[in-house]
Write a protein that binds this ligand. Structure first.
Ligand code: WT7
Length: 657
């Protein structure tokens, strides 16, 4: 591949708008608008064609699409297996191709390179381990692992036998893991002794033990990450806890992939909504995999010699789709990194990108803002000329950050693909494609071919260009879209299909048309915040705070933050007689860490005597949110306690802009 190739050109007339260069357009899988047009004419044929071309099937489907609002199905009656599509079918041509390049945090430890054949063997063995431990088709397996290859092995082993995995972010607390394990009724857990984070050994097994107490849990498999002088002495409970390597040593490599019907759940992923309880988003097999495959291939324009690096943790949907199912189903080589980007300094990621000739790099705005703070010199001494495409995801990206990413990391040569999507959508849905463009700073781009996005006003009418409204999707729904909420059909209906009725998927995001085709997403319109790209709910943090014995009630709202995008700020009413103090504050913060995890800890705590409430007793978080940014406050006359507003203004130091 020619180095220093320029993959973009600047728009002659418009600022901060870029187009693919001739080289990019010629190289790209999608290089003409015809894809969008044809797909729009008949989206079902379009997706059927993609499902057939992209995936290997054991049995062809009988019907492409069926809808019983608010439920829908794709590729009905078809049979396939996700692990077969990620592994077996590549063995003939790419058995020796590297699937995963794993880099550990400590510099002195060597990277691990796992080929498709190597990964296939591990997955087959682990699927037999799971079977021996009693896991059957449809059973749930709770996975609580950091960024080590065994997490992909575990996911694919579940998929191989038709079991449903539910991964919980390893930086979430054991209590949080337990809640999710209890909700989905996991039989087996997969975890590890620990991992490296910022030079510290994190003992994960200790947290996992909290969840292992859940009634449904029968067995716990523990991967050994630390050996030699780093070895952790762990209590292993007899008859319940088993070492991964010991079970694997005895496991057979002979494992037939179980064919499952297209709409069979592949995994659950818990995500935060507007209530205190996270919901288990259900993803199916065929629709999800079709979207994972094609979005990976087209958004990042992956070709045989590419090295793809998505920095997301596997605990989030981005990690599921773009660190496992997407790149593996297309047969790509990907990089995964265990540790923190500042270890031993902020040059670490560029060192890795240089070492492995990364060509596609996908990260979150919060990380880019951090790099930007460190300055453009950050990449000095590292050769990033293999980079061809840059991606971003997770929250709106501001103009300066976009330009910095484009200029300093991409050296003005690579498009920035700003992908909008959600845990619920399974794969990207709104973004520019590398061979089509345009790449417009702060604008996500076009709805993926074959999907129908609209921006509606309160009444359900399409908004005019430039007006903000609510981003929705119309049928046929993207194949990767969630198929339900685990054991909670009401929540599924109420969250996604109530705002505009059961035939319109409501995203909870604000958006506007930048021009005829391109969408700018403005962010969440519900009580969900994005803290360093992590999705957290106000209610969930409030529940954690209120579980503190000295707290009566609390309200948590986001406040803008230069690096993290948003940070949670808590308003807390203490029990009578309890005096506000730094100690009380510290113990409240500790409570949140314990119940949820460090990402959710309040950035600031205001001790107050009351909170703004509606006549029905609902706390008006909107008021508090506006107060923190000195915005105009809404009408206080609808409040039960309007007098509280003046008092709160003083507490936060409100000054109307
Ligand atoms: C929410 C979903 C999807 C992977 C990671 C996040 C926000 C996501 C963008 C973007 C503006 C974005 C939305 C969305 N979001 N990507 N490119 N531009 N906002 O998944 O944790 O389920 O969060 O993230 O608000 O609703 P998630």
């Amino acid at each position: 591949m020619a180095k220093k190739e320029k993959w973009v050109v600047r728009d002659k007339n418009k600022r901060n708008v870029f187009w693919p260069s001739v080289e990019m357009r010629e190289r790209a899988w999608v290089g003409t608008d015809r894809f969008y047009k044809d797909a729009a004419k008949n989206p079902m044929d379009f997706w059927a064609c993609l499902a057939r071309d992209g995936l290997d099937w054991f049995k062809e489907w009988k019907k492409v699409y069926e809808s019983k609002p608010p439920y829908f199905k794709w590729f009905l009656g078809g049979k396939l297996n996700a692990s077969y599509n990620c592994l077996d079918r590549h063995l003939k041509d790419k058995g020796n191709k590297v699937a995963i390049i794993w880099e550990s945090e400590p510099l002195e430890e060597r990277e691990r390179k796992i080929t498709y054949r190597g990964l296939y063997r591990e997955v087959c063995k682990f699927s037999n381990v799971l079977k021996k431990l009693g896991v059957k088709k449809g059973d749930r397996v709770g996975i609580y692992l950091p960024m080590i290859p065994e997490v992909m092995v575990s996911m694919l082993a579940c998929a191989r036998i038709g079991a449903v995995h539910s991964i919980v972010f390893s930086a979430f607390s054991g209590i949080n893991f337990r809640k999710r394990v209890e909700d989905c009724g996991a039989k087996v857990l997969v975890t590890c002794d620990g991992y490296w984070r910022r030079g510290k050994q994190i003992n994960l097994k200790k947290q996992a033990d909290v969840a292992a107490k859940a009634k449904t849990v029968k067995k716990v498999v523990v991967v050994k990450r630390f050996t030699g002088k780093d070895e952790l002495k762990l209590p292993m409970r007899k008859g319940r806890d088993y070492w991964y390597h010991e079970l694997m040593a005895k496991a057979s490599e002979d494992s037939k992939p179980v064919p499952v019907e297209s709409n069979t759940p592949l995994f659950l992923l818990y995500t935060s909504g507007t209530t205190g309880k996270p919901k288990g988003v259900i993803h199916d097999t065929a629709g999800y995999l079709t979207q994972a495959y094609w979005t990976t291939l087209w958004d990042f324009d992956l070709h045989e010699d590419d090295v793809f690096w998505c920095t997301a943790d596997v605990g989030w949907i981005t990690g599921h789709t773009y660190n496992c199912y997407g790149p593996l189903s297309v047969g790509a080589t990907m990089v995964i990194y265990e540790g923190s980007p500042d270890m031993p300094n902020w040059g670490r990621l560029w060192k890795i990108a240089d070492k492995f000739d990364v060509s596609v790099f996908y990260t979150a705005p919060t990380a880019i803002r951090m790099f930007k703070k460190m300055g453009c010199e950050l990449t000095k001494g590292y050769d990033l000329s293999t980079l061809r495409i840059l991606g971003t995801v997770g929250e709106p990206i501001d103009l300066e950050t976009w330009l910095w990413y484009f200029g300093c990391i991409g050296n003005g040569r690579c498009p920035v693909i700003d992908t909008w999507w959600q845990t619920e959508t399974g794969g990207t849905l709104v973004n520019a494609l590398p061979g089509i463009g345009p790449f417009i700073a702060t604008v996500a781009g076009r709805p993926f071919p074959g999907t129908r996005a609209e921006i509606l006003d309160e009444k359900g009418k399409p908004v005019k260009k430039g007006r903000t409204g609510y981003l929705v999707f119309k049928p046929p729904f993207p194949p990767g879209l969630l198929r339900g909420v685990w054991k909670n059909p009401k929540k599924y209906r109420d969250t996604y299909w109530r705002e505009y009725g059961p035939k319109v998927y409501y995203t909870s995001d604000g958006a506007k048309w930048f021009d005829k085709h391109n969408i700018r997403v403005t962010g969440r319109v519900d009580d969900v915040m994005k803290v360093a790209g992590h999705r957290l709910s106000s209610a969930e943090i409030e529940d954690a705070i209120t579980s503190h014995p000295e707290v009566i009630v609390s309200a948590v709202v986001p406040k803008p933050d230069e690096i993290r995008g948003q940070v949670p700020v808590a308003f807390v009413v203490l029990r009578p007689g309890v005096k506000p103090s730094p100690e009380v504050e510290a113990s409240i913060v500790k409570q949140v860490r314990k119940e949820i995890g460090p990402t959710a800890k309040p950035h600031q705590v205001f001790f107050v005597k009351g909170l703004p409430k509606t006549r029905s007793g609902k706390i008006m978080r909107r008021f508090l949110k506006s107060m923190l940014v000195n915005e105009k406050l809404g009408d206080a006359s609808t409040l039960q306690n309007p007098e509280i507003v003046g008092y709160l203004k003083k507490v936060v130091g409100y000054k109307r802009k």
